[in-house]
Design a protein. Structure first.
Lengths: 315, 421
């Protein structure tokens, strides 16, 4: 890996992505064994530093770490003593003094993993920062597409939903573009971020046009209740205009796959029928999530030990 | 010697007697006088800053009038106008009096308090402008607590005609800013941070200009940052409306790309904008649509700036880097040295209608000496401010203030540091 930390897909070269996906394929095989454990990271400490509540992603990282025999520690400062009195960087410095081998960071504000990486000796894995990036989600999405389609290069991927507030969208845009796919985004105009075309995508406000010829349709979760009213009129209106159902999916290619980072709001982003029709791919995403995180931990946490090694490779 | 008031750019001596400029000319008789050799450097009227935050009273952990005054003279500013967002707010004569008293005793730079336009900066009840003026306030402003209520703003402007001093406005429509923390555009999209659109400034400049036209008040637009904002001011001036404007060194030289590493020292209000906006601000400063360079010196403690980008407070230090940073316009031949000095000294003094900014005999002997070629590294730990929040920290800059005089007295020398009080 060219970089010490995994902060975003924007930083990854095609070769890096290919290596992670390839490693994840091996890791997936570990997950299919009877004894789902290998000694790769024995004696290494992996810290899940989650400032923002998350059950699924945290569990996925925790399982990944444990399958590699790492000691996984969960640290959720938002729920513990940390309030305004301690700065983010002080938390990072405190953690650094405990000499972890890898720190997985999630925060509701963009940029926090980067700022923590700047003061930490150990590699940092971004597990989602605000509306910035969520690289392991993009990698698991790419692994899923690769399995379903046999390739990524040359595919058309349409991402539907709140692009403006989505870290999943940004990471997938960078990742799929780097791997040679065409990426489209579709949303109401208020949910398309300013100058989105500078990310190398085409923006659509017509779902039908965005879906035409798509190989992969990715629905984003409408997460933030506080956005209702100021960014779009109502969940009902969103579902009526950008919700995916069987009829609308016909605009895409016949063999198009439907993905969702989960959990699905049934009847909002995906209709009930579609959720059930397509549940196998969506659950595969979850399964692949563990494999990707094992691969990432192996590649980022497994290669260097201690402070001295970290400082050597620091730019 | 560079004196915009007399349009002089020549090699000359400057003689000061009893704190005033006595004579300016070649080969003056210096017998009996103390000689300061500034050969090969620029000698100019001391800089006048229309916009800074000295944090006293109430936030002395960030800055106080003494440290702010020292940083000011180290940057060549002999006069600074400080904003009212202290704790308590400078909205009554006692606080204005306190600031002036502190300044007299502690600050090597002259300090002009800008009082609040409304009580508590709440945008509701106007302050006692006449009493504040008598206490020493030079202008009124709610600065970053932009007055959103257009009815209140109208009355503030209308009433200010009684005292005939500028109303300084920080033009950002707060409803359009929303939770935006950096310029809305490709960079905010890439960083995943909420954007603050240029239109938030443009519509507000437009509103305040309309109200200034209606009321005949003296409007001063603080830190213009957008091409649209510059254009609004330019058109208003063409139409003869009484409006002046300032721009900061950072809005003249940095774009939103400076925030790419999530460096919170680049978080300011209004935010750093696009390259096109920077070009428009520079053009506006050159063609006179924008009168002055003002620092918006805004110290914050390190622990405050070490928060996540959305939580960190707005603002960066300005005094000690303003000259070097804004000299970029001279180096790129956009401004002559004389015109650059005019925008840092004479023009701001004229906006406040105060003496200074001039080397004409009889004026206060506030003088700055600048070595425009000197290369130096800005070490915030050795700087005079109590805070360190500068995007230029640790960088090599070109052009340095080497000496500053206030009323004929040497208050800063580059090798000896701040000398008084």
């Amino acid at each position: 890996m060219k970089h010490r930390d995994l902060l975003g897909m924007e930083d990854l070269e095609r070769a890096d992505i290919e290596r992670i996906l390839e490693t994840a394929n091996h890791m997936r095989e570990v997950g299919e064994r009877d004894v789902k454990k290998v000694p790769t990271l024995r004696g290494r400490t992996v810290v899940n530093l989650f400032f923002e509540a998350s059950t699924r992603t945290r569990a996925s990282f925790e399982i990944a770490g444990k399958r590699l025999s790492a000691d996984v520690v969960n640290f959720s400062p938002s729920s513990s003593s940390l309030k305004k009195s301690e700065s983010i960087l002080d938390t990072a410095r405190t953690l650094d003094a405990m000499d972890p081998d890898c720190v997985i960071v999630r925060h509701s504000v963009a940029g926090v993993p980067k700022c923590i990486a700047d003061v930490l000796s150990a590699p940092v894995i971004n597990a989602g920062d605000g509306a910035h990036e969520h690289p392991t989600q993009a990698l698991l999405d790419m692994l899923t597409v690769q399995q379903e389609k046999g390739r990524i290069d040359g595919l058309t991927v349409t991402i539907v939903g709140d692009i403006a507030h989505s870290r999943v969208a940004r990471s997938n845009i960078y990742g799929f573009r780097r791997m040679g796919a065409e990426v489209r985004v579709a949303a109401p105009p208020t949910m398309i971020p300013a100058d989105v075309e500078t990310l190398g995508v085409k923006a659509y406000t017509s779902l039908r046009e965005a879906l035409e010829g798509a190989d992969v349709v990715m629905a984003l979760r409408i997460q933030n209740e506080r956005l209702v009213g100021s960014w779009f009129p109502s969940v009902r209106e969103y579902s009526a205009t950008f919700g995916l159902d069987r009829a609308r999916l016909r605009f895409a290619k016949d063999d198009a796959i439907v993905m969702h980072p989960g959990p699905v709001n049934r009847g909002v982003e995906l209709s009930h029928e579609l959720t059930d029709d397509r549940s196998s791919v969506i659950l595969d995403q979850v399964r692949n999530g563990v494999a990707i995180r094992m691969a990432v931990l192996y590649l980022f946490a497994g290669r260097q030990r201690g402070r001295a090694a970290a400082e050597e490779t620091r730019p | 010697m560079l004196d915009p008031a007399s349009e002089r750019d020549e090699i000359a001596d400057v003689l000061c007697v009893d704190g005033r400029i006595e004579a300016v000319g070649a080969e003056l008789d210096g017998r009996g006088a103390e000689i300061f050799d500034a050969e090969g450097q620029w000698v100019a009227p001391g800089f006048v800053d229309l916009h800074c935050h000295l944090r006293e009273p109430g936030q002395e952990y960030k800055e106080d009038i003494a440290s702010g005054g020292r940083a000011a003279v180290a940057g060549g500013f002999t006069t600074v106008a400080c904003m009212a967002n202290t704790d308590p707010v400078n909205d009554d004569p006692a606080t204005t009096d306190f600031i002036l008293d502190r300044a007299r005793n502690d600050s090597p730079a002259r300090v002009y308090p800008v009082a609040a336009a409304t009580k508590g900066l709440e945008g509701k009840v106007m302050t006692e402008m006449s009493a504040l003026l008598n206490a020493g306030a030079v202008a009124f402003s709610d600065d970053g607590r932009t007055i959103m209520d257009s009815g209140v703003m109208r009355r503030v402007l209308e009433y200010s005609r009684l005292v005939d001093v500028p109303i300084i406005v920080h033009c950002e429509d707060r409803t359009l800013v929303g939770d935006g923390v950096l310029n809305e555009g490709a960079i905010s999209t890439r960083l995943g941070l909420p954007g603050n659109p240029a239109i938030a400034e443009e519509v507000h400049v437009s509103r305040d200009i309309k109200l200034a036209e209606l009321t005949g008040a003296r409007l001063h637009v603080a830190h213009v940052s957008t091409a649209g904002g510059v254009e609004e001011v330019r058109r208003a001036r063409e139409r003869g409306i009484s409006v002046t404007a300032e721009v900061t060194p950072h809005h003249l030289t940095l774009t939103d790309e400076a925030a790419l590493g999530y460096d919170t020292s680049t978080k300011v209000a209004p935010p750093l904008r696009s390259a096109a906006d920077v070009a428009a601000c520079r053009a506006g400063l050159v063609d006179g649509s924008i009168d002055a360079i003002a620092t918006d010196h805004a110290p914050h403690a390190q622990h405050e700036k070490e928060q996540q980008f959305t939580e960190a407070p707005h603002g960066m230090l300005g005094f000690e880097t303003a000259a070097a940073v804004s000299l970029d316009l001279v180096r790129r031949a956009e401004l002559s040295p004389l015109e650059w000095v005019r925008r840092l000294s004479l023009n701001p003094a004229r906006i406040l209608r105060r003496p200074g900014g001039s080397l004409v005999p009889g004026e206060p002997a506030d003088v700055v000496v600048i070595d425009p070629e000197k290369r130096w590294v800005y070490d915030t730990a050795k700087g005079h401010s109590k805070s360190r929040n500068s995007p230029w920290a640790g960088q090599e800059l070109t052009g340095r203030v080497t000496a500053t005089f206030v009323e004929g007295k040497l208050v800063f020398h580059v090798d000896r540091g701040v000398l008084a009080p």
